[in-house]
Design a binder for this molecule. Structure first.
Ligand code: ATP
Length: 515
């Protein structure tokens, strides 16, 4: 595939859930940015949804191309693009266009993009105006959003697809799930041929999941209202004091538009948390702590106190101030700072009570926090001068990660919406957490979740079941209620397309072997 990309061919790489498409895409983007460091605007990074785009540091395909959703009149679209100078420049300057989560790109939109590229760029015989496409996603996952449950038209059905895509790569090895039995079950779902044995296994997953660390499986729902209801009732049942985090909002959009933009953000306007609340991180920090990591709130502490509780490694002379020993965490070293992660204090050490930060330094209470920590390495903390001023109490969260557990103080982070010209329309500064007893299947796409609960009785759209089930890292971490084989069926158009693709791949492989 590297060769094909270097030869400037347009490539679509796909594979079932967890085969590493996102990881590979990030590596490709990094390599391209390095290669074109002197002319970064020749690389355009986009995705079908805002969430997928933010995970790869890109923008939605609609924003990138200045496309008004639902508008298919090419002349009007061309006139509009020409009034948006940055978008027009992007159309003219881009050499490589990356599109992630292609399964949610409507076939008609794909044709529109191809026509716009032909019309807005210098004349060429090459398809898509000569732009090299690097496209990824899995058509067995969520389909394009349609009006009134109309039949979706997938990108592979568009006239432009066959002309533009030169090379298709199917990734085969699944990395998310280590258990080959689980991988086989998910593959049966993909193909729409679920054996009797697989049915029995799926049915047996209705048992309750219990863990002794207070973290419950995250329940995945098709609708946002169901998610909100479930999280609210769980939070209400906790007896602790509520801590409210009110977002600091700003931006230059007119008030009405700004309100709408802010309402659509994953980060909430008013986040209510309590000790023991189950939460999910909504920003990527590194490979270990990602958008989707689930944890439990241990308590609320200042940044200075948490900074004083980080140790690299635990200094022999500076043990905890009480006789209690540090509770072991999977990572005994403080995290190195990452340019993206500027709003958390990583690897906070706590006492044996499981929630109180150890004070390695001389700081003993929030009141004394102007003192500088002598031993602690404040992980990714902001400079001390800012810390001294910041006396807000932030949630200290114990996250469950693929490497074990990590305790982190989560501070405020920035969420932005910009227009086609890069102007800041809306900005929200908020703690990057949401309640995580429940979440929507839509938001879970792309994530790996250690513990998942799904009620298939609620699922109504093709692809939803596969996305939901394939988020689970293991069968041990999956609870499945009301299993119904008809609810896990993939879209027949996708099954047919995939069979043809695999048959073509097998024929090509046989041809190569026979030469
Ligand atoms: N080559 C690899 N070696 C080891 N682990 C990998 C590799 N590729 C991916 N992983 C891990 O497997 C998990 C799933 O990877 P990733 O999210 O990239 O898959 P995906 O194909 O994009 O999945 P989905 O379609 O469900 O979004 C991640 O935890 C990732 O770190």
């Amino acid at each position: 595939m590297v060769l094909e990309i270097e030869e400037e061919k347009s490539v679509f790489f796909t594979g079932s859930a967890g085969t590493g498409k996102s990881l590979l895409l990030r590596a490709i983007i990094n390599a391209l940015h390095k290669k074109h460091a002197k002319k970064p605007d020749v690389i355009s990074v986009t995705a079908s949804t805002g969430m997928a785009a933010s995970n790869i540091g890109g923008m939605t395909i609609h924003s990138w191309g200045a496309i008004t959703p639902g508008m298919h009149n090419i002349e009007k679209l061309i006139s509009y693009v020409k009034t948006c100078r940055p978008a027009h420049q992007r159309w003219k300057n881009t050499k490589v266009l990356i599109i992630d989560e292609i399964s949610m790109v409507d076939g008609k939109l794909f044709d529109t993009l191809a026509t716009l590229a032909d019309r807005l760029r210098k004349k060429t015989d090459k398809p898509f105006g000569g732009i090299q496409l690097l496209v990824t996603g899995d058509f067995f996952q969520l389909p394009p959003v349609t009006q009134a449950r109309q039949e979706p038209i997938f990108a592979f059905e568009s006239a432009a697809w066959a002309k533009c895509i030169d090379h298709i790569v199917i990734l085969k090895e699944v990395f998310r799930q280590k258990d080959s039995h689980f991988v086989d079950l998910l593959n049966e779902m993909r193909k729409g041929t679920i054996s009797q044995q697989a049915r029995e296994t799926f049915k047996s997953l209705s048992r309750p999941l219990t863990f002794n660390d207070g973290l419950l499986p995250t329940e995945l729902f098709p609708l946002r209202t169901e998610v909100e209801k479930s999280n609210a009732s769980r939070l209400k049942s906790l007896t602790g004091t509520s801590h409210f985090f009110v977002a600091r909002d700003s931006g230059s959009a007119p008030e009405d538009k700004k309100r709408r933009l802010l309402e659509n953000m994953v980060a909430q306007g008013k986040l209510e948390l309590k000790k023991d609340a189950q939460v999910m991180l909504i920003k990527n920090m590194d490979e270990n702590l990602v958008n989707g990591s689930v944890g439990r709130v241990l308590g609320f502490y200042t940044m200075a106190l948490a900074s004083a509780s980080v140790s690299t490694p635990v200094p022999s002379s500076a043990g905890p101030s009480s006789s209690s020993k540090p509770k072991s965490t999977s990572q005994e070293t403080a995290a190195t700072s990452s340019s993206k992660a500027t709003t958390a204090i990583r690897n906070v050490q706590v006492l044996e009570d499981g929630h109180t930060p150890i004070e390695f330094s001389s700081i003993t209470s929030p009141e004394k926090e102007n003192a500088s920590p002598s031993n602690g390495t404040p992980g990714n903390a902001k400079p001390r001068s800012k810390a001294a001023k910041d006396d807000e109490l932030y949630p200290l969260v114990e996250f469950l990660t693929p490497q074990g557990k990590e305790i982190v103080l989560i501070m405020r982070d920035e969420f932005r919406v910009e227009d086609n010209e890069g102007k800041l329309l809306a900005r929200r500064v908020q703690v990057p957490l949401v309640l995580a007893w429940a979440m929507s299947i839509h938001k879970s796409q792309g994530q790996t979740i250690q513990r998942v609960k799904i009620d298939l009785g609620r699922v109504f759209e093709k692809g939803q079941s596969y996305v939901a089930l394939s988020r689970a890292a293991s069968l041990d971490g999956l609870q499945l209620l009301r299993f119904d084989p008809t609810k896990v069926a993939a879209h027949p158009k996708v099954i047919k397309w995939c069979r043809e693709l695999e048959a073509k791949e097998a024929a090509e492989a046989a041809g190569t072997a026979g030469q």
